[in-house]
Design a protein around this ligand. Sequence first.
Ligand code: NAP
Length: 287
Amino acid sequence: MPVKEDTKTLEPVAVVTGATRGIGRALAEEFAKNGHALVLVARNEARLAKEAEEVRAAYGVATWAVACDLADHDAGATIEKALAEHGLYCESLVNNAAMMTAGDFRDQDPDALVKTIDVNLRATIDLTRRFLPDMIARGAGGVLNVSSVEGFMPVPYHATYAATKAALISWSRALAYEVMGTGVRVCMVAPGVIETDIHETGGAENSHYARYIPKMTPERLSEAAYRRFKHGNWVIIEGWLNRAFVTLARFVPGYFLIPTSGWFFHVRDDDGKPVEPKPLPHPDARD
Ligand SMILES: NC(=O)c1ccc[n+]([C@@H]2O[C@H](COP(=O)([O-])OP(=O)(O)OC[C@H]3O[C@@H](n4cnc5c(N)ncnc54)[C@H](OP(=O)(O)O)[C@@H]3O)[C@@H](O)[C@H]2O)c1
């Protein structure tokens, strides 16, 4: 496939979504450390601008910021347009941004559930479809998808979030096969529990998994993810405990795996007591 005429003199960048905090911030720094110019994406414009400035000063690479909400269906077009306006092309795409929705399914806000699918899955597929063909035409570059160990098992109380992560694993591995021999890599990193804000913003800070499973730093995860992305590993799992969880999930029967996962992920109050679902009136008793 020929490179598009008008992209021949463009400058390569790594586009990192969800780059203002946690794993995305650490991944952006890892790419910058290794000499990649960056386009940073998140919603908070002020925080993005500050980070773009800090990364530029620390690592001497060019940085651009694109503030947008990946739940919006036009976010992909906004990012693509911003790259074109600045004379850039996407050499590496890091699909990292995600929303976590924790709690009993019947109590969850329907809009938040749909947004979770939009940010975690739809935006990832949309961005990849926009940028991957040019990577293939150039015979270089790659896509790094951030999934989760949760994607390897059903996770009660994170049911929708974990399902988006499971879909990402399936999709990413299938794409990795499709691009074999093109010079482009599609890789998926599945973090375990990482020290970031997502547990609190998702309402899961008191869950047993967040309290008792040892947390890895975003920096350690990102160093391993970048290194193995460069090697083209299809599936990247850092840490022996996370590899053990994934292996167990493959062999432990569902009747044991699902209740155990439910026990770890149940949303709890400050005293560690499980938050019970709100009682629902019988449909015949409603007005
Ligand atoms: N932390 C863990 O234990 C863990 C474990 C497994 C997998 N992961 C995965 O790792 C990735 C990063 O997680 P994290 O823990 O670093 O999360 P985090 O600390 O909550 O950071 C999320 C990042 O995504 C951005 N973001 C959130 N919603 C967005 C939206 N609608 N549009 C655009 N940007 C949005 C946030 O910035 P703004 O708020 O400014 O938009 C922020 O930069 C996610 O894919 C997550 O599922 C995390």
